[in-house]
Write a protein that binds this ligand. Structure first.
Ligand SMILES: C[S@@+](CC[C@H](N)C(=O)[O-])C[C@H]1O[C@@H](n2cnc3c(N)ncnc32)[C@H](O)[C@@H]1O
Length: 418
């Protein structure tokens, strides 16, 4: 009998994310290195995604079947993962119970097999579970739910429910995808399509460089930027280059600088440009240290796709709800304000600064712009009007789940002429 099973590996990965707050993508890379688990990689990943996404809800179910929560975190994840298979993958009752016991044995938790057996046998008989609290109902931390309620009294439930959905595969494509894989065309954004989930690198259009993976809400950035021939444009936080490439696809006749702080991430911009046969000037530097990289000719347009909490893309990165903590926001907001200030300096009079985040929290979005405009009376907001987004005090918000999109925020600012 093999030492591991795909279930035992998935439990270990989910446990690292949920209890040690590790980054899921990095744990996948570490544990599923090339050559190992080739046959079961996608099964492991989908088990981890559903367990991590729904953990608090699943835990609430099994907690109702046990006198006290086991101290052992691995055992807690075994129970939740088994119920994830039952609830979200429709696996038969006997399979989930037996496999949970086998998983416990593989993970040397033989002492827990009796407990797992009796708890899960009861749990799989529950016809409909009424969650005992909001964090369990929506499978999000309480502070996250409270913040969304404050920020979005009409949309907090939509956002939470959308965050727990498996996201669609959005692509940006020059031509309509093959009808066999096409699921939906975006009604308002040309070139945005949902296709069937698959390995895109095997699709001809991807190989030929006529399509890329990009959520429709992120495609809005370059569309709003509307690059015009000859313009000098800065993509101030560019990696992995999704928006850099899209800007060039919309108009390759621009002078585009793509700036990125981390060399390994900047490599991704180069790879994407190469695949799509596009050209930009990649600069590896801190946008804020303009003395290190800025040559003196100011930009006509700047896209500031700022680092943020990523709360708008939770459905793609469910680990974020464990990693992110309320105390992180002070630093995140300081960094965003610093980037706004630095880019404002190097924008030409009359120029456009598009501030964007993949967050749905107002403190990173509209509130940031409010602070910025107070200290920059030479800037004003030009109102954007898109039916797919909700107007904020400043800027617009794509609410997660609207037309199947990720959550995204945009604010279009203009510098005065003098
Ligand atoms: C939200 S991501 C950008 C996504 C990108 N625009 C795209 O569409 O593919 C933010 C990026 O900004 C980079 N970054 C963060 N702080 C930076 C800084 N001070 N200077 C330059 N880049 C920075 C991060 O490393 C990250 O790659």
């Amino acid at each position: 009998m093999s030492k591991y099973s795909h279930r035992s590996i998935a439990v270990q990965i989910s446990q690292e994310v949920i209890f040690k707050k590790h980054n899921l993508t990095e744990v996948f890379v570490k544990r599923l290195s090339a050559g190992s688990f080739d046959d079961s990689r996608s099964a492991i990943k989908s088990l981890c995604f559903i367990t991590i996404r729904h953990y608090l809800y699943l835990e609430d179910i099994w907690l109702s079947c046990i006198s006290k929560r086991p101290k052992d975190k691995m055992v807690r994840v075994i129970l939740s993962q088994a119920l994830a298979e039952f609830v979200h993958q429709n696996k038969p009752k006997h399979v989930v119970v037996n496999e949970a016991i086998n998983t416990a044995k593989k993970l040397k938790k033989n002492w827990a097999t009796g407990l797992i057996n009796s708890c899960l046998r009861k749990a799989v008989e529950i016809e409909s579970h009424s969650p005992s609290n909001l964090p369990a109902q929506y499978a999000h931390p309480e502070w996250w739910i409270n913040q969304l309620k404050l920020d979005w009294p009409d949309f907090w439930q939509q956002i939470l429910l959308a965050n727990n959905q498996k996201p669609p595969l959005w692509i940006r494509s020059k031509s309509s995808p093959n009808p066999e894989i096409l699921l939906k065309k975006h009604t308002d954004i040309d070139n945005a399509y949902i296709i069937q989930a698959q390995d895109v690198t095997t699709i001809d259009a991807f190989k030929k460089g006529t399509m890329s993976v990009q959520d429709a809400s992120a495609q809005l950035a370059s569309i709003i930027m509307n690059p015009k021939t000859g313009e000098k444009i800065l993509d101030a936080c560019a990696a992995p280059g999704g928006k850099t490439c899209h800007l060039l696809e919309l108009n390759s006749d621009i002078q585009l600088d793509a700036l990125e702080l981390y060399p390994n991430r900047a490599k991704k911009i180069a790879e994407n440009l190469k695949r799509l046969n596009l050209r930009a000037n990649i600069i590896v530097a801190d946008t804020n240290n303009t003395k290190d990289w800025f040559k003196g000719e100011k930009y006509q347009k700047i896209l500031l796709d700022a680092p943020c909490s990523a709360s708008g893309i939770l459905r793609r990165h469910p680990d974020i709800k464990y990693i992110r903590q309320p105390q992180d926001f002070e630093k995140i907001c300081q960094d965003q304000q610093k980037l706004l200030n630095s880019t404002a300096e190097i924008l030409a009079p009359g120029g456009i600064l598009l501030y964007a985040t993949c967050s749905v929290f107002k403190q990173e979005n509209s509130d940031q712009i409010k602070v910025f405009l107070k200290s920059h009376p030479n800037f004003s907001e030009i109102k954007l009007n898109y039916g797919l987004a909700t107007n904020c005090e400043f800027g617009i918000q794509v609410i997660t789940g609207t037309q199947d999109m990720d959550g995204f925020y945009y604010c279009y600012l203009q510098k005065s002429l003098e």
